[in-house]
Write a protein of this length. Structure first.
Length: 170
């Protein structure tokens, strides 16, 4: 990243499905646009939608491939990257447009939950599920160390008991 790059973060909804293409040398590149809709609170307490702005987004390599299989029209995303102007000349006329070259893209969890499915690296074996195989691969007596608490509620520090304490999250 250059010293004078302008870093921008935009939050908006995809206006169409992402388009995945490949350069002549095989590099994946994906493009899409998002509508950024500002909202403001009026003096009477209601919300008013402002005029949308449209941001063209481009991403490369594995990010491009992941975007193409993960995102669809209407999905709300957070995009951060380098804001740059593209310039060209056609038929003697000079043209320009702005483009956000994404470094990272993720779903906006404000309005909907998502399920994350980790991608495997090409040189890596898929992760083993310890919960699926724990009772089948080891006898029950060896499944936990002697003296360790059993599977009752509250035995695991991340799982509060049903009664819990007053400050435990519910």
């Amino acid at each position: 990243m250059a010293v004078n790059d302008m870093i921008l973060t935009a939050v908006g909804n995809l206006t169409a499905d992402p388009e995945l293409r490949y350069t002549p040398n095989g590099q994946p590149v994906c493009q899409f646009s998002i509508a950024v809709n500002p909202r403001e609170r009026t003096p009477d307490g209601t919300w008013k939608d402002g005029d949308p702005s449209y941001v063209r987004v481009q991403c490369w390599r594995s990010l491009a491939e992941h975007v193409a299989v993960s995102l669809r029209k209407g999905v709300r995303v957070i995009v951060t990257g380098r804001w740059r102007e593209e310039r060209w000349e056609k038929d003697g006329q000079k043209h320009s447009t702005w483009l956000l070259t994404a470094d990272a893209i993720g779903p906006d969890l404000t309005f909907a939950p998502v399920e994350i499915k980790a991608a495997n690296r090409r040189d890596q074996a898929p992760p083993e599920d310890p919960w699926a195989s724990a009772s089948r691969t080891r006898p029950a007596a060896q499944a936990r160390p002697a003296g360790a608490p059993g599977p009752e509620a509250g035995a695991h520090p991340a799982v509060p008991s049903r009664t819990g304490s007053a400050d435990a999250p519910r």
